[in-house]
Design a protein around this ligand. Structure first.
Ligand code: ADP
Ligand code: ADP
Length: 225
């Protein structure tokens, strides 16, 4: 778990300014949601925090460490995209274990961790299945579980529910909230859905044209005239 700080971050793609003047201070363990129209820079913010884009302007801190020159694989960040990609030849259990095995975590600790994640995401009955034996919603829950099982300091989610049908989306949203409640990891979540923003966020960041328009609680953001 860690505080995430962005100071005047700007990102330019071939002379096009994707984000600018982005300053955020996200306390340890909070759940922040980024909203705004397509192209306003939500994904770019996540990708710069993850280290998938190089930050040349401004500063990014995770905990008290400056991240600008730290490569993505060393940032202790997990990111989940809208199109989950599970390892097809592995069971759910093996998918959940993968990141931990790569880091050399002991077998019994891996199994303990899997049990906790499987319980919060309702995957207990599915652990020995392969991804193709799962529904879309179940696969996305495994993708979320796999990302969180690694125990990253920061969890980044880019519209993780938007490929699911309405009912699955509601269920998975509740499970995600439960998971966050039980683990309390600092989370930054991109969505187009007001329902998701309202129900999940500690704070909502409204973006437009690559800039922050407003930061506030769901109440202050959505109750305005
Ligand atoms: P959002 O996630 O809010 O839809 P993005 O962060 O994907 O917005 O994009 C912000 C802006 O940056 C858009 O104008 C988009 O076209 C541009 N952009 C994003 N990624 C790239 C890229 N790899 N190359 C060039 N322009 C990009
Ligand atoms: P979303 O709107 O869901 O954030 P996009 O469809 O805008 O995602 O972007 C998907 C991918 O394409 C991202 O990796 C993004 O960086 C890249 N991308 C977005 N806009 C551009 C662009 N104008 N030129 C090149 N790549 C882009």
């Amino acid at each position: 778990m860690a505080r995430v700080i962005l100071q005047n971050v700007k990102h330019v793609f071939n002379n096009v300014v994707a984000i600018t003047d982005i300053s955020l201070d996200i306390p340890d363990g909070e759940f922040w949601v980024l909203v705004g129209p397509s192209g306003c820079g939500k994904s770019t913010i996540l990708r710069t925090i993850a280290g998938l884009e190089t930050t040349n302007f401004g500063k990014i801190y995770i905990g008290d460490k400056l991240m600008n020159d730290i490569p993505a694989r060393k940032r202790d960040v997990s990111m989940v995209f809208q199109n989950y990609a599970l390892y097809p030849h592995m069971t759910v259990r093996q998918n959940l274990a993968f990141g931990l095995r790569m880091r050399g975590v002991k077998h019994h600790l891996i199994q303990e961790r899997i049990a906790i994640v499987a319980q919060s995401l309702v995957l207990e009955g599915l652990l020995e299945r392969k991804p193709k034996q799962l529904s879309g919603g179940q696969q996305q829950r495994v993708a979320l579980g796999r990302a969180i099982a690694r125990q990253p300091k920061v969890f980044l989610l880019d519209e993780p529910l938007s490929n699911l049908d309405t009912k699955l989306r509601d269920n998975t949203r509740h499970e995600l909230k439960e998971l966050h409640r039980s683990i309390g990891i600092t989370t930054i979540y991109v969505t187009h859905s007001q329902v998701e923003a309202m129900t999940l966020a500690d704070k909502i960041v409204v973006l437009q044209g690559g800039k922050i328009q407003q930061v506030g609680t769901p109440q202050t953001i959505y109750n305005q005239p």
